[in-house]
Design a binder for this molecule. Structure first.
Ligand code: HEM
Ligand code: HEM
Length: 125
């Protein structure tokens, strides 16, 4: 059986381990330019992935579906790519125009993952 629940929670933890030090840096320096990055590392990364991990733990029928594995990869890769792009934008290494097409593709990956989750929930939840 795939351990999609554990994978979600471990990758979520990795996002938190990046998000928290950015919060600490912001409060120490008073420079809050990276606040949206911090917010989404913690919320889109850690909170959402931990919630998904817990749902797949509580509802094993959902975790056994291939939809769960597809959801994991779409969310993990989509969020990682999107947040790297957001870091580059907020640190002025790229412009808004430079976000296209990679950031919208990453957003669509995340959305597609959520649709997999929703479909799985309706079928097996
Ligand atoms: C040691 C832990 C943390 C520190 C030191 C920290 C620090 C900060 C700082 C300095 C800001 C910017 C505030 C401002 O714009 O004036 C911020 C924003 C934010 N933090 Fe944290 N944070 C921490 C943990 C978390 C966690 C665990 C979450 C969510 C699970 C979180 C969610 C947010 C959100 C959503 C914002 C954006 C708020 C807004 O823009 O209105 N933070 N944080
Ligand atoms: C692909 C997914 C997402 C995208 C593209 C997205 C995009 C955005 C954008 C553009 C903003 C405005 C930022 C600004 O004012 O500069 C924002 C703010 C915010 N989002 Fe998201 N978001 C996503 C997912 C989420 C999720 C899943 C959560 C919570 C679980 C969330 C929580 C927030 C919060 C709390 C704020 C206000 C804090 C801030 O301005 O930094 N977002 N989001």
């Amino acid at each position: 059986m795939t351990n999609v629940s554990r994978n979600f929670m471990i990758v979520g933890l990795l996002f938190l381990l990046v998000g928290i030090p950015i919060g600490m840096y912001m409060s120490a320096s008073g420079n809050v330019a990276l606040a949206p990055l911090h917010a989404h590392l913690n919320l889109l990364g850690f909170v959402l992935m931990t919630v998904f991990g817990l749902v797949y733990r509580v509802v094993p029928d959902m975790a056994e579906s291939n939809l769960a594995r597809v959801h994991f990869w779409l969310h993990a890769l989509g969020a990682a790519v999107l947040l790297v792009m957001l870091f580059l934008l907020l640190s002025a290494r790229i412009t808004e125009a430079g976000m296209v097409p990679i950031a919208p593709i990453a957003e669509l990956m995340i959305l597609l993952g959520i649709l997999c989750f929703g479909w799985n929930l309706l079928r097996n939840g």
